[in-house]
Design a protein around this ligand. Structure first.
Ligand code: ARG
Length: 463
């Protein structure tokens, strides 16, 4: 069993059950690249301000490099008695670099060390998440552009409402993911703050240069209050909030893909490579990917709930409870990235069944609002027009016809304002193209929105 770096005042050995219960090494080992980079920067800073010599710093940096290679190549031996990744690396450094290793932890505590590691980890993962979101937005724009003239029913209450362009529907998701990307970008500014040097909670007696450490680790800012630096995880909560919202967007998209791929809808066909079968029903082709994405949303929202609850009653400053931040965070990060990535791979390979969509948009009185708008154009107040068309719909339902299948003679009794040109107003193309209000589904609007999206994507901007 390894010696504990903190056991000077202890007269009994830690019980095995305590070691197993308190150890976080099984999961926090993934922080090692950041822990080592943080330690290297810390050594260099300590040498710069004269707390250790340049020679000592070089020995420490060299030893840390060796340990990094061991970890990279799976040659590192883990041991529960060393609790966490920070103590593992420090203990190994003693073996690799000798007594000088005992100087590494000068002017530092595991409290600011772990805060640093989590921030470095999360800023990297946030950047990757942003890249994945960019990729997904590009896929949505490609999909919209490739089906620019496809008309489908738009829904409210899952009831057919008004026709929209399929491209417009896809661009709605583009907007959601764009805002998600902006949210992650904003998170990044608050994640990217350097906490090292806060030490246990109160700062340190050594003449450290935190700005220099921040520079070495590419942090644009340094935390202003040592207690805040080690005690808050609001940057994790923010990330998880953004991740939860993003997962909700993915889940809604998934729900639609599941519905659309049913024989009842038949709007899309998933590629065989992105669907799975049933072990008993030979005819089945199941939309497991969107289903699993929809299901995984609960995990990410659950991580947010877990950590927001974890933090809610913690007194200042560091509390060991905070060790519990890692598993939910890591799981949420992995889950979100996997869901973004699989969607970006699956969506380009769906088949859009344009005829089925068009047929669905032509049935179910999706032109009723347009008939009311026509009557308004003839001088009728909208409420009256609404009532008049409602009655025509009831009549058509009785006849088993659509509004545009009724004859002029059948329609006239509902209003004398109805002229033969009404029928031009009830075609899908007319309905789509009349919706030219800003943000509406008219073909020209959607074309412009696509061009704008392309421009924004090409500029590589999140804002
Ligand atoms: N493994 C610990 C965590 O994740 C590191 C900090 C431990 N600090 C302490 N004072 N025991 O929170």
């Amino acid at each position: 069993m390894a010696e504990k770096p903190w056991d000077g005042r202890f007269s009994e050995k830690t019980d095995k059950s305590v070691e197993a219960f308190t150890a976080s090494i099984a999961y926090d080992r993934r922080l090692y690249p950041y822990d080592i980079a943080g330690s290297i920067a810390h050594c260099r800073m300590l040498a710069k301000v004269g707390v250790i010599t340049d020679e000592e710093a070089s020995q420490l940096v060299e030893g840390l490099g060796t340990i990094k290679r061991e970890l990279d190549h799976g040659k590192f031996v883990f041991d529960d008695s060393l609790e966490d990744i920070h103590m593992h690396i420090e203990a190994r450094l003693l073996q690799v670099a000798g007594k000088v290793a005992q100087k590494l932890h000068t002017a530092r505590s595991r409290n600011d060390q772990v805060a640093l590691d989590v921030r470095m980890y999360l800023r990297e993962e946030t950047r990757q998440t942003i890249d994945l979101l960019k990729g997904l937005r590009t896929v949505l724009v490609d999909l919209a552009e490739a089906h620019a003239d496809v008309v489908m029913p738009g829904y409210t209450h899952t009831q057919r409402a008004q026709p929209v362009l399929f491209a417009h529907h896809m661009l709605a998701y583009y907007e959601m993911f764009f805002r998600d990307q902006q949210r992650f970008n904003e998170c990044l500014t608050r994640i990217n703050v350097m906490p090292l040097g806060a030490a246990a909670l109160a700062g340190t007696t050594y003449p450290i240069d935190r700005t220099y450490t921040a520079e070495l680790l590419d942090f644009p800012a340094v935390s202003a209050n040592s207690m805040d630096a080690v005690s808050d995880r609001d940057f994790v909560l923010e990330f998880l909030s953004a991740a939860s919202i993003c997962m909700v967007h993915l889940s809604r998209l998934s729900e639609e893909l599941v519905l659309w791929s049913t024989s009842e809808f038949g709007f899309i066909t998933l590629s065989d490579a992105f669907a799975t079968g049933s072990s008993i029903m030979p005819q089945k082709k199941n939309p497991d990917i969107p289903e699993i994405v929809r299901g995984k949303t609960g995990r990410v929202v659950g991580a947010l709930m877990a950590l927001i609850t974890l933090m809610k009653s913690l007194p200042m400053a560091y509390n060991r409870d905070m060790q519990e931040d890692k598993e939910p965070l890591f799981d949420a990060v992995d889950t979100l990235k996997a869901c973004l990535s699989i969607n970006a791979q699956m969506l380009p390979r769906i088949t859009v069944n344009r005829d089925t969509m068009r047929r669905a948009a032509s049935m179910g009185f999706l032109n009723a609002t347009d008939m009311a708008d026509y009557l308004v154009g003839q001088g009728m107040p909208f409420r009256k027009a609404h009532d008049c068309v409602g009655k025509a719909v009831a009549f058509a339902l009785e006849k088993g016809k659509e509004l545009d299948q009724l004859t002029l003679d059948e329609l006239k009794p509902f209003s004398q304002l109805i002229k033969p040109d009404l029928f031009d107003h009830l075609t899908l193309e007319h309905m789509i193209d009349r919706r030219q209000s800003l943000g509406g589904t008219a073909t020209d609007n959607v074309r412009q929105a696509l061009a704008e999206a392309r421009k924004v994507l090409a500029a590589g901007e999140a804002a």
